[in-house]
Design a protein around this ligand. Structure first.
Ligand SMILES: [Zn+2]
Length: 151
């Protein structure tokens, strides 16, 4: 699972292999050295500072204009290169570079399925476009594919 969400809800819901392209708001890191910061370090001052380099502690998310974490981006590309199907679900497909992933999946010969209530630029490249909310379309798709899937 590759997500642009920073809320950590995929992990909380039990997904075990999540690539968080834009980070996780529940994680903190040093803005200077990038070292992950433990929760207890947030109480070390206002604003909290890194005990190793005195850089400021910040949320572990990607802000507009920042590069994506290289390990997450590399892993996302590797997953796409080996996936059978790429579901592009519930995204406006406007924020780059994440928005380029469906196009990359197509260039790797993957089947791309777009699920979104609104049209996006990826409707043109997806082999299948399912219009609707993910919370409605995905259960119906799973039920159709595997009738034993709980409704
Ligand atoms: Zn630091």
């Amino acid at each position: 699972m590759i997500t642009q969400n920073v809320d950590g809800l995929h992990l909380q819901a039990g997904s075990s292999d999540v690539i968080e392209l834009h980070g996780n708001i529940w994680h903190n890191l040093c803005a200077n050295c990038g070292r992950p910061a433990a929760e207890a370090e947030l109480d070390a001052g206002t604003p909290p500072a890194c005990p190793h380099c005195r850089g400021l502690i910040r949320p572990g998310v990607v802000w507009f204009g920042e590069a994506l974490p290289a390990p997450a981006w590399t892993r996302a590309a590797e997953v796409l290169e080996t996936a059978d199907i790429f579901f592009c679900i519930g995204t406006s497909s406007l924020v780059e570079p994440a928005a380029s992933l469906p196009r990359y999946a197509r260039s790797c010969g993957r089947t791309v399925i777009q699920i979104n209530p609104e049209a996006t630029s990826h409707d043109e490249i997806a082999q299948y476009v399912l219009r609707g909310r993910s919370g409605e379309v995905m259960p119906a798709l799973l039920q159709a594919a595997w009738p034993a899937w709980p409704a």
